[in-house]
Design a protein around this ligand. Structure first.
Ligand SMILES: Nc1nc2c(ncn2[C@@H]2O[C@H](COP(=O)(O)OP(=O)(O)OP(=O)(O)O)[C@@H](O)[C@H]2O)c(=O)[nH]1
Ligand SMILES: [Mg+2]
Length: 218
């Protein structure tokens, strides 16, 4: 490929990210105007994003009117799981795209009646790479990994940890059956981003879910 073509591709990628940033800022302002607190949950396939959101909504649903936006390549399995807790959902199927972007969220902000909503949780498509650059305009981004992905998972995917506010290390109920050094995972996260808040959780036992709720909502 010619150098000219390569630099054109790089320019197009930069344009894409800049446009996404601009729309994310508009989303942020709109959330503020509507008095809605918005959070993104992002992480690898099967790390426990939906399970953690289910735990959270179960605990706070009496106090807050919640909308969960579920991003997935296909199906509305996650949205159906969330709706069982009596919470409103919007399912976004991204098809060939491996992450949500700020345009998807702007469409929800434009077209969905959010008048009674005060908390929005967005579950991104299961992926530790694609979502990094595509911020959505939320108050906090929570990256979720689990110990079953191995102790190198954080070290191998630094960008998403740089671009997040909270790192959740999930499935700690399995610590005895997994040969994983959880302290290494915590150290890696801190090395990549010293500003990260790190919380170890189990969506199965409910351990530290209240800690996560207190941290993000207070
Ligand atoms: N033992 C254990 N299993 C868990 C925990 N959290 C989630 N799981 C299980 O892990 C599997 C995947 O959980 P999900 O919540 O669907 O994960 P996800 O990150 O939403 O997955 P995708 O949306 O497909 O990317 C399910 O079988 C959960 O029951 C946990 O803390 N401990
Ligand atoms: Mg899910």
């Amino acid at each position: 490929m010619s150098e000219k073509k390569i630099s054109r591709i790089i320019e197009l990628n930069e344009d894409l990210i800049q446009n996404n940033d601009r729309l994310a800022e508009e989303n942020k302002q709109l959330f503020k105007v509507k008095n809605i607190r918005a959070y993104e949950f992002v992480g690898a396939i099967g790390a426990g994003k939906t399970a953690i959101i289910e735990n959270i909504v179960e605990k706070i649903t009496k106090e807050y009117e919640i909308l969960v936006i579920n991003g997935d390549v296909a199906t509305r399995i996650d949205a159906d799981r969330i709706e069982k807790h009596g919470v409103q959902t919007v399912q976004i199927n991204t098809g060939r795209e491996c992450a949500l972007n700020s345009y998807h969220i702007s469409q929800v902000l434009k077209n969905y009646d959010l008048s009674d909503i005060n908390v929005v949780f967005i579950e991104n498509v299961g992926n530790l790479i694609c979502p990094s650059d595509f911020i959505l305009g939320v108050e906090k981004r929570i990256v979720i990994v689990s110990i079953t992905e191995g102790e190198w998972v954080i070290e191998k995917h630094p960008m998403l940890f740089k671009m997040s506010d909270v790192a959740v290390i999930n499935k700690i109920d399995l610590i005895d059956v997994m040969d994983v050094d959880i302290n290494k995972m915590i150290r890696d996260a801190k090395d990549i981003n010293p500003n990260l808040t790190i919380i170890t959780t189990s969506a199965t036992s409910g351990e530290n879910i209240s800690k996560l709720i207190n941290y993000i909502l207070n």
